[in-house]
Write a protein that binds this ligand. Structure first.
Ligand code: CA
Length: 237
């Protein structure tokens, strides 16, 4: 699960934030280099291509958008997954960054769990065997929802939520294939086990409980009237 030779370059001039990102990446076995300078970041990235670049937008010298633009115009560095760190509300910067080829963004202040989910997602998108690469981890809802099958953990908006085994299995089944409708019979045959007895009616009760525990993300489980349920996180898979 943990791959010790992944490298990340963190470009951030606020030491507390840089250290926080470093701490969480290192915990997952990623080697981290920090720089507070955009120019230095470009030099470092060209010298040894990192597996991930975490890029603050407001830097003392070259701003993050310019760093991103220059990385993306070079054949060697354009493959580096870039996740931007932005101040809350700087929507224009986010749009500009995504247009320039950044993979994702995280607004400050951020929850470390959301940050890690986004970073992992960005690496996976680039086919980089990042941390927690096993198939059992689903990251949905733009990084706000992480479902880890092996560890039996669901993280919703940065907080771990507690689901029963049946609820967990149902959520995993739905979230695994966003946009696909699952009938109640399909849910029963997948989730039903020696310890779980499910009927059409109890499925609805479980779904209600899952939605409630997921709070604002509960809406991602849609009822398809007369058929069953569908997970929709508004993203193309
Ligand atoms: Ca800054």
């Amino acid at each position: 699960m943990i791959n010790t030779n992944r490298t990340a370059l963190v470009v951030e001039d606020e030491p507390e934030i840089a250290d926080l990102v470093k701490f969480h990446l290192e915990r997952e076995g990623v080697d981290v280099t920090i720089t507070r300078s955009g120019r230095r970041a470009l030099e470092l990235a060209r010298k040894s291509i990192p597996d991930l670049l975490v890029l603050d937008l407001m830097l003392p010298d070259l701003d993050g958008l310019e760093v991103c633009r220059r990385l993306k115009e070079n054949d060697e560095t354009k493959k580096i997954p870039v996740v931007m760190l932005t101040a809350r509300g700087s929507e224009a910067d986010i749009v500009a960054g995504i247009e320039m080829g950044a993979d994702d963004y995280v607004t400050k202040p951020f929850s470390p769990r959301v940050l890690m989910a986004r970073l992992q997602n960005a690496m996976r998108k680039h086919g980089i065997p990042g941390v927690e690469q096993h198939d059992g981890v689903l990251v949905r809802c733009g990084g706000k929802l992480t479902i880890d099958k092996e560890r039996h953990v669901v993280i919703c908006n940065g907080e771990t939520i507690s689901l029963t085994i049946t609820e967990f299995e149902m959520l995993f089944m739905l979230a695994k294939r966003p946009g696909f409708v699952r009938t109640r019979d399909q849910i029963i045959s997948t989730v039903h086990g020696p310890l779980t007895v499910l009927s059409q009616r109890t499925i609805d009760v479980h779904i209600t409980a899952i939605r409630r525990k997921m709070q604002d993300l509960g809406d991602s489980i849609e009822t398809v009237r007369g058929v069953g349920y569908r997970f929709s996180d508004g993203e193309k898979e």
